[in-house]
Design a protein around this ligand. Sequence first.
Ligand code: GLY
Ligand code: MN
Ligand code: MN
Length: 493
Amino acid sequence: MAEQLTPETPEESEEQPIKQRKNGLYPGVSDELAENMKSGWADTELHGLEPIAQAAHTADRRAALSRRFPGERLVIPAGNLKTRSNDTEYSFRASTEYAYLTGDQTQDGVLVLEPRTLPDGTHSHEATVYLLPRSDRENGEFWLDGQGELWVGRRHSLGEAEQLLGIPAKDVRELAAALKEATGPVRAVRGHDAGIEAALTDKVTAERDEELREYLSEARLVKDAFEVSELRKACDATARGFEDVVKVLDKAEATSERYIEGTFFLRARVEGNDIGYGSICAAGPHATTLHWVRNDGAVRSGELLLLDAGVETNELYTADVTRTLPINGTFSPLQRKIYDAVYEAQEAGIAAVKPGAPYRAFHDAAQRVLAEKLVEWGLCGDLDVEKVLELGLQRRWTLHGTGHMLGMDVHDCAAARTETYVAGDLEPGMCLTVEPGLYFQADDLTVPEEYRGIGVRIEDDILVTEDGNENLSASLPRRSDEVEAWMARVKQG
Ligand code: GLY
Ligand code: MN
Ligand code: MN
């Protein structure tokens, strides 16, 4: 790729944007060239753009936010590019809060809700989205600046952004100074934009900002129709990604878990924005490491592959699905015994997902089944199931909670208060994972040797409906015999 250094001579600048401007002049650029580059460009402004598909939904979300914080200025940044090394950056992903409220994903964007009091005394807010406008051709930033459009691609003009998002748009470069000047109560979403936070240092408190973050997490507990359709899309694309992996298991055997990671990533990038989290491509004993994302191990026939991966859609909703597959297509008797136990636990967990049920019910139901199996297999000494559950001893092998909310973040709504999430009740429109597992570490001397190094998790994305639930990832088989039949079918093409 082209390097962004100040060149010695104009000739050397061909592939290098000149970032430093000294005394208003760019080094190595003749006056004639600077003048030449100002003109001769067509007007490409777009008119009559249709609003984005979720514009009505984002308007509703902003209206609800406005009602929650009357009379207060609310600042929600998209975030900035983060350096990966030297002059390369990580790919940008807008903050969940900003994307949720605007439908926009532009780096450096900031949504501001200005409080207004209407003539009848009621409170409201006026939303403005602050964005970087099109590159100026007069001052040279278009082609001389590393973030100029010639280098990074055309941006929407502020007018175009207004039409697309349905929100008035202004130049973000004016925002920090305006915020510094502004008076009155302010709350901001922190952790995304240091420049905006610096402009607000003496105006915000961590406690009040936390209430905003909490609200924005809780607002996402129940998904609207647009969000549900995005989650469906994410699950469907993810299922196709799992099929892709099954088709190339022989290539993975010849190389490593990286082949699986790369194969799924291809699907995620072609059908969506990205993967929603680092894919866990855990073959053999790696399956017992919960967040195995190094994915550099061998893939061996006769072992299991635990694949935990999710496509994130272009609108930033992710699936979170796990299948544990026999690499050679057939479970061994012990693998099947453990797999079937996890399947049974998942069935019990999914059955407990319904409106009005306590959130914790699906976890308890799945844990009970797993504890029963562990006792039945003689792994808990003389203790009965009730005692094992009371002492939580099954957790040596079940390790993690049985699920979590899912949405724009894989662990969605993470800032919600305990009473509205973990200690709350399920409602139609909530979407959560049900993902029990059993993990026998390779060095666990408390289990028979043949168990060691086996890890099984089955994870599906479950939407709470009016009368029960819907498994959004149901197109991927789960029962052991169905998994085998599906793998055989997919491999045959
Ligand atoms: N993939 C992370 C999780 O299942 O929660
Ligand atoms: Mn999960
Ligand atoms: Mn997962």
